[in-house]
Every structure is written in structure tokens, then in C-alpha cells.
Design a protein around this ligand. Structure first.
Ligand code: ZN
Length: 277
């Protein structure tokens, strides 16, 4: 009896410690953001809108039992968020991350806030894959993908599930296509690239707080999204970013045409690292 109690005292704090959530943030999927110029990292309203949604998610994750929450400033050069306004319980991750995005730290869960859909998504608000100016299309194992699919697979490689996404309707659908049980908060419906029906900031924050809290209850039930076997990434750049002369000279690289390159890997992580994302 005494040993069982003792075990409980030791095991419970350990269990709590491991509930660390990593939030990937972006701008195009935030409520009230519908025009390109609004996504300027220095835009005062964007900063307020995005920070409000992030802090709502942080609140929700802690309400749901998270032990630590990390927020990565993932939009355009990582200069949108400020330590002055982020929830004081969160840790702010600033700057460009290596290709593994700290996933080797084995977070309990990954979440997206402010997420947009992949390039060429009809009904997606400012839909793009990594770079709206630089990349026309991105394929993973022959299928069109964006940040949602590739980063969910990256987290999955490290055994971490994506449990929550807030963003536009298309972004939510695209996560559900690969992680059906994930919790989502749809804060706007895209009409076209620059037109949408948006919730108010207040309504979006409420939805996000609740969704984030609920998603913590699904920890342990949502499986990491894993790609098994060899993986390819194909990047079709825009005309302005056509391939340079030395493209194709690295290991596993194959030039497809003047602006398209394919990266092969024996597994997800090898192919992923070769893309230099
Ligand atoms: Zn993005």
C-alpha cells in the first residue's frame, strides 16, 4: 500500500511534466485577416489579432492540463510576436528553426494557430505552401501538400500527434483529411483568395480557447501521423524562382524541369532534410 502511494506521488508529477505543447503560428488563418497587406509582420492590427488567438490557445491548453506551452513565431521571418504581449505562462520561440523544428524534444502534442490551407486550394484564404511568391506547388509522395501535411508528418516522425488547429475552413479540412480526430476551430470561411466571412476576434478567441482545451482531453487517443517507407518531395517553384545551375547536384536530388526539383529519401526525415525547409 505504501509503495503504491509512493509510486503515485512520483508518477503523477512525471506525467504532468510530459504534457508539453508546441504551437506553430501563422498569419493567414487568423480571424479578420483577409488581405495580403494585413499579413505584414509589423502590422499593428495583425499583431493584436494573432496574439489574441495565441493567448486564447495557451489558456485553453493550460485549462486542459498542459504543463508547458511553447509558441513558435512561424510567420514570415519570425518577427510578429512579442514577449511583452504573449501569455506569461508561455515560452516564446523566436527565429528560424532547423528542419526538425525542435521536434526531437518530443513534445506531447503539436498545434497550429492562424493556419492557412495549402497552395491551390479553392476557397482557401491566401492559400499557399510555405511561400506564396516562391512556390507554385509542393508535393509529398505525389500529393499536393502545405505546412499542415508536412509539419504534421514531421511531428509524427518524432511520435508527436497534432491535436489542434485554428484557421480557415479549408485548413481545418486539410488537417482532418490526415488526422480525423484532431480538434479544430474554424475562425473564417474563405470565399476566394482575398474574400472571407470572418468571426470577430472575440468570438474566434472563445472558440479557440474551448477547442484547445478539448484537444487536451484527446491526448493519447490521437495517433501521430506517420509516413512509412521511402518519401519524395517535389517542389515546383514559380517562374521567378526557377532552379539555379547547381540544382540536382546534391544527394537524392532530381531535376524535373527548369523550375521543378524532386528530393528522394529512404524515409521521411531523410527526404525532408534534403528539401532544406
Ligand atoms: Zn504559412
Amino acid at each position: 500500500m505504501r509503495y503504491v502511494l509512493l509510486l503515485g506521488f512520483i508518477a503523477l508529477p512525471l506525467l504532468a511534466q510530459s504534457k508539453r505543447v508546441f504551437i506553430i503560428t501563422d498569419a493567414e488563418g487568423v480571424a479578420g485577416v483577409c488581405r495580403q497587406e494585413q499579413t505584414d509582420p509589423k502590422d499593428a492590427e495583425l499583431r493584436q489579432l494573432l496574439t489574441g488567438e495565441i493567448n486564447a490557445a495557451v489558456q485553453g491548453f493550460f485549462d486542459g492540463g498542459a504543463s508547458e506551452v511553447f509558441v513558435w513565431d512561424g510567420h514570415d521571418g519570425s518577427e510578429t510576436l512579442s514577449a511583452l504581449t504573449i501569455d506569461p505562462r508561455a515560452k516564446l520561440v523566436m527565429g528560424r528553426l532547423e528542419s526538425t523544428m525542435l521536434m526531437e524534444r518530443r513534445f506531447a502534442a503539436v498545434a497550429f494557430v492562424g493556419q492557412h490551407a495549402r497552395a491551390n486550394s479553392r476557397g482557401g484564404v491566401m492559400a499557399h505552401s510555405y511561400s506564396s511568391l516562391g512556390i507554385q506547388n509542393l508535393l509529398m509522395n505525389g500529393k499536393p501538400v502545405g505546412e499542415v501535411e508536412t509539419r504534421t508528418a514531421l511531428a509524427g516522425w518524432f511520435g508527436t500527434p497534432v491535436i489542434f488547429l485554428s484557421g480557415d475552413q479549408m485548413a481545418a479540412e486539410q488537417l482532418h483529411a490526415i488526422v480525423p480526430e484532431a480538434e479544430t476551430a474554424v475562425v473564417k470561411e474563405g470565399l476566394d483568395n482575398y474574400a472571407c466571412i470572418s468571426l470577430s476576434a472575440e468570438a474566434a478567441r472563445k472558440l479557440i480557447r474551448e477547442g484547445a482545451k478539448n484537444s487536451m482531453g484527446k491526448l493519447g487517443h490521437i495517433q501521430p501521423y506517420k509516413l512509412n517507407g521511402p518519401v519524395t518531395f517535389q517542389i515546383e517553384y514559380t517562374s521567378r524562382h526557377a532552379l539555379r545551375q547547381d540544382a540536382g547536384s546534391g544527394p537524392g536530388e532530381e531535376v524535373v524541369d527548369a523550375r521543378t526539383i524532386r528530393f528522394h529519401g529512404k524515409d521521411f526525415i531523410e527526404a525532408w532534410k534534403r528539401t532544406h525547409f
